[in-house]
Design a protein around this ligand. Structure first.
Ligand code: PAF
Length: 254
């Protein structure tokens, strides 16, 4: 029986998603892409209503990247019952979870439903949503779910901005301002004091409103300590009313 590699998405596909599909292709010829805007992970109903939906355009893009099956289920197909919400654990209340209560519980609940329908051997998640990736890996490990989680590197535009469906809402000025994030990450990655360096650079940009900038231990998601070997800086903040997320592995520094 051929193995299935699965790329769950909410649509609005961009080059970042297409890189997930291309990576999936390395694991199997049978690549399923789901397109489902999951209401359970939106704490803000307005955000849910405004979420871009273009199933035909997305299907074409997904196929051009190598998807063999596009699955765009309805709400009732995913949640025929009144769904029991799966807890994403304590990490769900930190960082992204502070401003988005219930968000990661909604993500884990839908991923559970999607996995049960698709029954993949592999599932690909992007490092762009580093906390989501960590939470899903932990949930799979703790519950012995027989799906191998493959992480795919974050993709940047040529100017350094991490790809996101939200970038389009930034405008030209906002985009220039947003570049402070990747600049801060690059500078931090070669600093002995990455957190201080990031904060210094981010605070020098008046158009950027900081949510958090931290360096964590990739293995535990706790704040990095001097003994941490695999550290990653995470930044979240706002530009022109658009929430942006980015992260980068840190090569040196405490
Ligand atoms: O990362 C996303 O696009 C979503 O959170 C996911 C994993 C498709 C679940 O809805």
């Amino acid at each position: 029986m051929s193995k299935t590699a699965f790329v769950p998405t909410m649509g609005a596909l961009h080059a970042g998603h297409l890189s997930l599909i291309e990576l999936a292709k390395k694991y199997s010829d049978d690549v399923v892409v789901s397109i489902f805007v999951n209401p359970l992970q939106f704490e803000n109903k307005d955000d849910l209503a405004k979420y871009p939906r273009d199933i035909d355009g997305d299907s074409q893009l997904a196929r051009s990247a190598g998807a063999t099956e596009i699955w765009a289920p309805t709400y009732d197909e995913i949640y025929p019952d009144n769904p029991t919400i799966i807890s994403a654990g304590a990490l769900a209340d930190k960082y992204e979870g502070v401003n988005r209560p219930g968000h990661f519980d909604g993500v884990v609940t839908v991923v559970d439903r999607l996995f049960k329908k698709v029954q993949p051997q592999y599932a690909i998640f992007g490092e762009k949503d580093f906390q989501q990736l960590f939470i899903i890996k932990e949930w799979v490990r703790k519950n012995q779910i027989p799906v191998e989680i493959i992480s795919a590197p974050l993709i940047r535009d040529s100017d350094g901005l991490a790809l996101s469906s939200r970038n389009i809402r930034l405008g030209d000025d906002g985009r220039r301002t947003a570049l402070v994030i990747s600049r801060a990450l690059h500078q931090a990655s070669v600093s002995n004091h990455p957190e201080e360096r990031m904060l210094e650079i981010l605070k020098s940009e008046p158009g950027f409103t900081l949510d958090y900038a931290v360096v964590i231990d990739e293995e535990s998601f706790e704040l990095a300590t001097p003994g941490t070997t695999k550290r990653r800086a995470l930044i979240a903040g706002w530009v022109n009313g658009v929430r942006l997320l980015d992260n980068m592995a840190m090569s040196v520094g405490a």
